[in-house]
Ligand binder design. Sequence first.
Ligand SMILES: Cc1cc2nc3c(=O)[nH]c(=O)nc-3n(C[C@H](O)[C@H](O)[C@H](O)COP(=O)(O)OP(=O)(O)OC[C@H]3O[C@@H](n4cnc5c(N)ncnc54)[C@H](O)[C@@H]3O)c2cc1C
Length: 302
Amino acid sequence: MFAADFEYYRAGSVAEAGQLLAAHPGAKLLAGGHSLIPLLKLRLAAPAAVIDIGRIAELRGISTDGDGLRIGALATHAEIAASDAVREHAAALAEAAGQIGDPAVRNRGTIGGNVAHADPASDLPTVLAALGATVTVAGSGGERSIAVGDFFTGVMTTSLGENDLLTSIRVPSAAGRGTAYVKFSHPASRYAVIGVAVSLGIGTKGGGWISKIKGEQKETVCTEAAVAVGGLVPTPVRCGAVEAALNDQPPTAETFAAAAAAASGDIGDDLLGDVFASGEYRKAVAPVYVRRAIEAAAGRAG
Ligand SMILES: Cc1cc2nc3c(=O)[nH]c(=O)nc-3n(C[C@H](O)[C@H](O)[C@H](O)COP(=O)(O)OP(=O)(O)OC[C@H]3O[C@@H](n4cnc5c(N)ncnc54)[C@H](O)[C@@H]3O)c2cc1C
């Protein structure tokens, strides 16, 4: 089907995009177009105006800033997958970006569009939730930051306002910890049926003077566990029970299996399913992917 008629504008800067958004209520921003154009063609969206932000230089680029990464909204999935800085500071994000769709999708699709579109089956929101990322937004009231945990509000809905433009994403460095993203891909689209992101440290506990008096040995344990699950729930879920079952425990197969088993409680019962995989099936299988992601992250943590 053809898209309904719309007026096309190309913004040259974030400020100009803001002016165009204010002048055309209900307008849609166009980045890589891999989610918006199908919606226009299916007439699930019929905005009067489309504002192309794809050539705004200030939205590009991936850089390190202090103790983390600044990823411009227009960074493509392919650029993120190939970035040395992302691999060093947030390996799971590069791993997830490299598993998105196919090369055509990865070369055009952007992190800003992926996050703003808030498809529950998208990969990057789950990773950003585990890594504790923050979204930077330019709106009519100026610039503001939103923690990823507060950004996604439901299926394809976010806390972005009508005139907001997502400019960049800040990802704290996970260097020194192991991070991993493991997904059960839909065989046709490669969207996540289940996606699991884990960030995990391996450290030691004990060994202080009290421990020495008691004759206790230093013990190797899991630290700073952060686990998020997506694909089967409306928005990425941080798995507090899984994290609690990992922290301070020895990094053994038994610990990982027990922690993964706790995922069912974290996931809850607000489940998404389709003809390919019901919500109940996804929930039953999810702990397997949680365990695999924990094992992969632990292997990278040393
Ligand atoms: C065949 C196919 C397979 C796919 N497989 C996967 C997959 O496996 N995993 C996955 O995660 N994704 C997948 N995708 C989606 C892909 O990653 C999209 O590129 C992405 O979801 C949207 O990014 P985009 O740059 O194309 O955004 P667009 O399509 O241009 O925009 C999407 C939405 O976000 C808004 N938007 C865009 N940029 C901004 C911004 N900076 N600020 C505010 N709003 C903005 C737009 O207005 C629009 O509503 C697939 C897509 C296709 C077509």
